[in-house]
Design a protein around this ligand. Structure first.
Ligand code: PHE
Ligand code: NA
Length: 471
C-alpha cells in the first residue's frame, strides 16, 4: 500500500493539523470533568500515580499502534482492519476489531453529549450572573436544579448533538482546523488562570497533596470493622481498572478515533513525535484541571468524592468570587463546550466514514442517521440523573449512565486497545510497522515493539483478571 495515496475522505493539510485534530479529540470532558471526579472518588494521589503509569506504559505505545494502523490502512477503522488483515494474511476474525470500535464510539457519544449539554447550560448560567457570590451550597443547588429538569437536559443534549452533526456532515476538515488552533491554547490559558486563582484563594497545599501524595492504603485497601471489633482489610483492585480505563478514555484510544484521524495523516509525518505532543497536552490539561478544582473543594469544605457534578459545583464558586468572574465563567464553559465538541466529532467519525465507504451514503445522511441513534441512546443518560435514578431502574447497582460509562471506559476501550496492541505487535510484520513508524531499527523502535507486544497487553490482562476476581 503506497502511503502517498491519501484517504478518500481527504487528508489533513499538514502534520501540524493532524496533531491539532488529535489533541482536539483527546482533550475534552475526560480531562476537565471526568479526571477530577474519578480522582476524588478514588482517593487521590495513588490513583493519579497509577493513571500516569498507564498513560506511559500502555497509552503511548498503543497510540502509536493506532496511528500507524490507520495511516497504513487509509480507510475508516472497519475497512482499515479489512485491508490490514488482507495485507498480513491474518485471520478474518480480526475484522471485528473495527466494528467493536464503531459501537463503542456510539455508546460513548450518547452520554458524552449529555454531559456536554451541562457545559452548554452553564455558559448561559455564567452569563446570567448566577454564580455571583455563590457559596458551596448555592453552587450545589444550582447544579441540582439542572439535574432535576430532564426537559432542559434533553434540550441541551439535542443542541450539542446537532452541533456535532453539523461539523461531521461537512467533513472533518471544514472549519475545524482554524478553530482548534485558536481555542485550544485559550482553554489552556484559562486553566492556568484558574490554577492561579486556586493558588491564592483555595487550599492549594491540601489540593496539591491530595493529587500528588500517593497514599497507597487510602486507595487500594478496603477495610471493614468486623463484629468482633477487629478491623479487616483486603486489597481493592477496582481503582486499578478505573485508572486503566481512564487512560484509554482520555487519550481517545481503543475505539478507532485516533486510527481514523491517523488515516488522514500525511505519510511523511513522525508518529512518535505526534504521539508525544498529544499525550503531553492531554496530561497537562488533566493535571491543571485537578490543580484548579481540588484547592477549591477543600477550601469550601466540599466532598472530593461527590461524583459527576464535581466540576459544576466547584468552579462556579471560583467564578462567583473573582473579578471579571462573569466573563471568565462564560469563556471557560464556552471553551469546555468547544473541547467536548472536537472530541465528539472524533467519536462519530469512524461510523460515518464507514457508512460513506461501504453503503455509498452521502456524508450528510450518514451523519444524520448515526447522530439520531446516539441522541436516542442519550435519553437514557438524561433520565439517569432524575426520573430513572431510583433503584428500580438500576442494574447491578448502576444507572443507565453509570452502566454505559463503566462498560465503555473500563471494559470496551481497554479490550479494543488490547487487540490493537496484539495486532500491531504480533500480526503486523516488522517491516510494515517499522516502515510506518520511521524510527529505523534502533532502541526507539525496539522499545515500542517490546511494549506493544508484551508490556501493554500483559498489564491490561492483569488488571482485567484482577477486576473479575481471578488474581
Ligand atoms: N478523549 C476524550 C476526552 O477525554 C473522549 C474520547 C474518548 C474521545 C474516546 C474519542 C474517543 O474527553
Ligand atoms: Na482527554
Amino acid at each position: 500500500m503506497p502511503d502517498t495515496q491519501g484517504s478518500i475522505h481527504g487528508q489533513w493539510s499538514s502534520r501540524f493539523v493532524f496533531i491539532l485534530a488529535a489533541v482536539g479529540s483527546a482533550v475534552g470532558l475526560g480531562n476537565i470533568w471526568k479526571f477530577p471526579y474519578i480522582t476524588g472518588e478514588n482517593g487521590g494521589g495513588a490513583f493519579v500515580l497509577v493513571y500516569l503509569i498507564c498513560i506511559a506504559l500502555i497509552g503511548v505505545p498503543i497510540m502509536m499502534a493506532e496511528i500507524l494502523m490507520g495511516r497504513r490502512g487509509r480507510r475508516s477503522p472497519i475497512n482499515t482492519m479489512r485491508a490490514l488483515v488482507a495485507e498480513e494474511k491474518a485471520h478474518p476474525a480480526w475484522r471485528w476489531l473495527g466494528w467493536l470500535g464503531v459501537v463503542t464510539g456510539l455508546l460513548i457519544l450518547s452520554y458524552y453529549s449529555v454531559i456536554a449539554g451541562w457545559a452548554l447550560a452553564y455558559v448561559f448560567r455564567a452569563g446570567a450572573g448566577l454564580f455571583t457570590g455563590a457559596n458551596a451550597d448555592a453552587a450545589s443547588a444550582l447544579f441540582k436544579d439542572l439535574l432535576g429538569s430532564p426537559e432542559s437536559m434533553l434540550a441541551w443534549h439535542t443542541i450539542f448533538m446537532a452541533m456535532t452533526g453539523a461539523v461531521v456532515a461537512r467533513g472533518v476538515r471544514g472549519g475545524l482546523e482554524k478553530a482548534v488552533t485558536v481555542l485550544m491554547p485559550a482553554l489552556f490559558a484559562l486553566l492556568v488562570v484558574l490554577v492561579l486563582y486556586a493558588l491564592y484563594e483555595g487550599d492549594f497545599g491540601r489540593g496539591f497533596a491530595f493529587l500528588f501524595h500517593p497514599d497507597i492504603s487510602k486507595v487500594f485497601q478496603h477495610c471493614e470493622l468486623l463484629e468482633s471489633g477487629v478491623k479487616s482489610c483486603r486489597f481493592n483492585g477496582e481503582p486499578l481498572l478505573i485508572a486503566l480505563g481512564h487512560a484509554f478514555f482520555t487519550l481517545s484510544l481503543g475505539m478507532g478515533a485516533i486510527m481514523v484521524y491517523g488515516s488522514y495523516m500525511p505519510g511523511n509525518a513522525s508518529i512518535a513525535r505526534a504521539t508525544l505532543t498529544i499525550v503531553v497536552a492531554d496530561t497537562t490539561a488533566a493535571l491543571l484541571a485537578g490543580l484548579a478544582i481540588f484547592p477549591i473543594v477543600f477550601a469550601n469544605g466540599l466532598e472530593p468524592a461527590s461524583g459527576p457534578g464535581l466540576v459544576f459545583q466547584t468552579l462556579p464558586i471560583a467564578f462567583g468570587a473573582m473579578p471579571g468572574g462573569r466573563f471568565f465563567g462564560m469563556l471557560f464553559f464556552v471553551l469546555l463546550v468547544f473541547a467536548a465538541w472536537t472530541s465528539a466529532i472524533s467519536l462519530i467519525e469512524p461510523a460515518v466514514a464507514w457508512l460513506v465507504e461501504n453503503r455509498g451514503m452521502r456524508r450528510v445522511s450518514a451523519t444524520f442517521g448515526v447522530g439520531v441513534l446516539a441522541w436516542f441512546l442519550g435519553i437514557g443518560s438524561v433520565l439517569s440523573f432524575n426520573l430513572w435514578s431510583g433503584e428500580s431502574f438500576q442494574l447491578l447497582g448502576k444507572t443507565w449512565f453509570d452502566l454505559l460509562d463503566y462498560l465503555t471506559a473500563n471494559i470496551l476501550l481497554p479490550l479494543g486497545g488490547l487487540f490493537i496492541a496484539l495486532f500491531a505487535g504480533w500480526v503486523m510484520s516488522r517491516s510494515a510497522s517499522r516502515g510506518e513508524l520511521r524510527l529505523g531499527d534502533g532502541l526507539g523502535y525496539r522499545t515500542w515493539r517490546f511494549l506493544v507486544r508484551y508490556v501493554s497487553p500483559a498489564l491490561v490482562v492483569i488488571v482485567f483478571f484482577n477486576a473479575i476476581g481471578l488474581i
